[in-house]
Design a protein around this ligand. Structure first.
Ligand code: NAP
Ligand code: F7E
Length: 331
């Protein structure tokens, strides 16, 4: 570890995920010492942060990885005590909504109770730190748009319900224990680093592969769902700004735009001069027992208080994502 009292230390759970990787980049750029919790796996799960890896023996190293898991309370206490971070970004979760219907108990244990374990570990370690909770627009579920910080929650999946629990635990630790705990209520945000089974990445990948003759069809579920898709690197900047504010609060981050899955498919396939209607087939296996029909966020509070505003809108996002897939295939 760097031994300067000036250096800010951050701990990121979920550093190997889409957001964790962009956030680690941002914090390293800002001069932070960054600690990340990774899960032990039988295969490498650090692909998204490989380009950031530094040999911990190097005296200049500012990125450190530690094994840990959201289900392992004692490990969380030990790590928080050892690292004594100034800021904790809690991003780890079972984050797939469709999968949460198959694994509701596991999702509750990691995505929901995992937040409590971390909050309690901070309290037990007795350190002063700022805590970011990765809350989600999925908490609004069936409540119609536009959705803001004051919109009532009505989750429609085990994932959404687990995030509502995590949201209230973060608020409770703020109110009960005076912790600097913040909820970032983020609407969907995407990038070339998005997991392959989320809809935007699946469509971008399919469009690129079909255009290269590697596949002919992609099987999809509900094309009528409306989402507010932004660009992940901009959203991690918003997370950081929330923790720099003089007081803890909760903020929505969103673009405020509404596109259907069909629109996003159209943008992806048009990028490679194809008509999505010729290549998309229906598979009911991708439908959810309860769907979230429309999410469109109102991020005016974040714009006013934090000066944060989404710049990249879905058509440009589709272009970025399909371009990245094409480049990958040409390697
Ligand atoms: P992601 O790509 O699915 O990453 C999830 C991360 O959590 C991965 O690093 C994963 O590790 C880790 N993880 C999962 N279970 C764990 C466990 N039991 N112990 C320790 N680590 C565990 O998710 P993301 O898109 O970056 O999203 C980051 C956070 O924001 C998540 O909490 C998500 O629910 C929330 N969120 C995301 C969006 C969005 O649109 N992306 C919107 C709102 C909220 P492995 O790499 O080993 O699997
Ligand atoms: O689905 C529809 C699907 O899985 C978006 C997570 O990051 O954002 C994400 O959750 C929409 C849904 O994201 C397929 O029914 C159609 O209406 O990309 P998704 P999500 O469920 O919105 C929120 C904010 C989070 O917090 C979550 O962690 O697309 N859809 N056909 C499909 N979705 C998938 N995955 N695959 C399909 O084939």
């Amino acid at each position: 570890m760097t031994d300067t009292s000036q250096t800010k230390r951050a701990l990121i759970t979920g550093i190997t995920g889409q957001d964790g990787s962009y956030l680690a980049e941002l914090l390293l750029d800002k001069g932070y010492e960054v600690h990340g919790i990774i899960r032990r796996a039988s295969t490498f799960n650090t692909g998204r942060i490989e380009h950031l890896y530094q040999d911990p023996h190097d005296s200049e190293a500012r990125l450190f990885l530690h094994y840990g898991d959201l289900t392992d309370s004692s490990r969380l206490v030990t790590l928080i005590d050892k690292v004594a971070p100034h800021e904790i970004y809690h991003l780890a979760a079972q984050s797939h909504v469709r999968v949460s219907f198959d694994e509701p108990e596991f999702t509750g244990n990691t995505t929901g109770v995992g937040t409590t374990r971390l909050l309690e570990a901070i309290r037990m370690a007795g350190i002063e730190t700022r805590f970011y909770q990765a809350s989600s627009s999925e908490m609004f579920g069936a409540t119609p748009p536009p959705q803001s910080e004051t919109t009532p929650f009505y989750p429609r999946s085990p994932y959404g319900a687990a995030k509502v629990y995590g949201y209230w635990m973060a608020r409770n630790y703020r109110e009960a224990h005076g912790m600097f705990a913040v909820n970032g209520i983020l609407f969907n945000h995407e990038s070339p680093r998005r997991g392959e089974t989320f809809v935007t990445r699946k469509l971008a990948r399919a469009a690129a592969r079909i255009s290269m003759g590697l596949e002919k069809y992609v099987y999809m579920g509900n094309l009528d769902a409306v989402r507010d898709w932004g660009y992940a690197p901009e959203y991690v900047e918003g997370m950081w700004r929330m923790l720099q504010h003089h007081e803890p609060d909760d903020y929505v981050l969103a673009t405020g735009t509404a596109y259907t899955v069909r629109d996003f498919a159209d943008h992806c396939f048009a990028r490679v001069d194809l008509d999505y209607r010729d290549h998309i087939r229906f598979d009911e296996g991708y439908l959810r027992p309860t769907e979230v029909d429309a999410l469109i966020g109102d991020a005016s509070k974040a714009e006013n208080a934090l000066g944060w505003k989404a710049e990249t809108l879905p058509p440009q996002l589709a272009d970025i994502m399909v371009t990245a897939e094409l480049q990958d295939l040409q390697k």
